[in-house]
Design a protein around this ligand. Structure first.
Ligand SMILES: O=C(O)CCC(=O)C(=O)O
Ligand SMILES: [Fe+2]
Length: 290
């Protein structure tokens, strides 16, 4: 690399760093403002309780701690976890009670005049749950107690050598997405993409809607961004899917009603320290992730 090129790259990185610092500072400010001024409708939904988690997920996490390989876990949890297509696992995760409280809380917040930002670069509707104050007592414990052990076991084996971070998830970016039919001026669908996450947990929060299925294609590493075969996942209240962030997917338009999902982009510091977040290259051996 020439000196000129190196200077150019440094400039680009500095700009990106600045952008991210500004972004985090604004999010912290909104978080503080909301903590001081917003009065929740259901304060108890901000703390994880056993009654919020489907007993089958509690048992699955327990089994995952003792059956650390995918095949052993799938056998022990037969009838609870479904895999379709390969690498996309569905299981009952959150109770109807939790889903209802959460939908009502989100509606209540949306009706308020509190500040908010877009959940990611693609979704306009939906909320950043860090800003609502849902990380410390609700979502981080959910990651630690239930998502992490299950991810470590289900993405073990063949996938492990790909350093996918499934056994070292230690932080997350969590938000909701909301879709409504054409004409409401809201998000209707979501284009084919991969997530900025090692593992993604996506749980439907129920309510009435038609359409809005997720379609899964190939892995980012297949280099086949327009993978032709797509496998559908039909959302059902409280059912989670867990997949690699690099597993490309899209959401079909919602035809009626309102679809609300809770998304946790689960991340691993080990992976992020080692691989460049911008180009995905291994900083040590210079080969690419996956
Ligand atoms: O629409 C969904 O359920 C998925 C949203 C999604 O893929 C994302 O936010 O990354
Ligand atoms: Fe996604």
């Amino acid at each position: 690399m020439t000196d000129d090129r190196r200077r150019e790259v440094h400039k680009e990185l500095e700009k990106e760093l600045e952008r991210r610092r500004g972004h985090f500072a604004a999010a912290r400010q909104r978080r503080a403002f909301i903590a001081a001024n917003y009065r929740p409708l259901h304060p108890n939904v901000y703390t994880l309780r056993d009654e919020f988690v489907d007993p089958r997920w509690i048992e699955l996490a327990e089994l995952a701690r003792t059956h650390r390989s995918k095949d052993a876990l799938l056998e022990a949890a037969a009838g609870v976890v479904r895999q379709r297509p390969r690498g996309v696992f569905a299981f009952p995760a959150l109770t109807p009670r939790f889903c209802e409280l959460m939908r009502e809380e989100l509606d209540h917040f949306e009706r308020s005049d509190m500040p908010r930002a877009h959940p990611n670069t693609m979704n306009k509707n939906g909320l950043l749950l860090y800003e609502l104050g849902m990380y410390d007592e609700l979502l981080t414990p959910l990651l630690e107690r239930y998502v992490s052990p299950v991810a470590a076991a289900l993405f073990d084996g063949g996938e492990r050598e790909m350093a996918n971070g499934s056994d070292s998830l230690d932080h997350h970016r969590s938000f909701t997405v909301r879709y409504e039919p054409e004409g409401a001026g809201k998000d209707v669908d979501l284009a084919y993409h991969f997530d900025d996450a090692e593992m993604t947990l996506n749980v439907n929060l129920g309510g009435h809607f038609e359409g809005g299925e997720l379609l899964f294609g190939g892995l980012k590493s297949d280099g086949d961004e327009k993978h032709s075969a797509r496998y559908p996942h039909f959302h059902r209240e409280g059912i989670a899917i867990l997949h690699r962030g690099s597993h490309c997917h899209e959401a079909l338009p919602v035809d009626s009603g309102k679809r609300t999902n809770l998304i946790m982009w689960c991340r691993s510091s080990q992976v992020r320290i080692r691989y460049c977040a911008m180009c995905g290259r291994d900083k040590i051996t210079t080969s690419k992730i996956e």
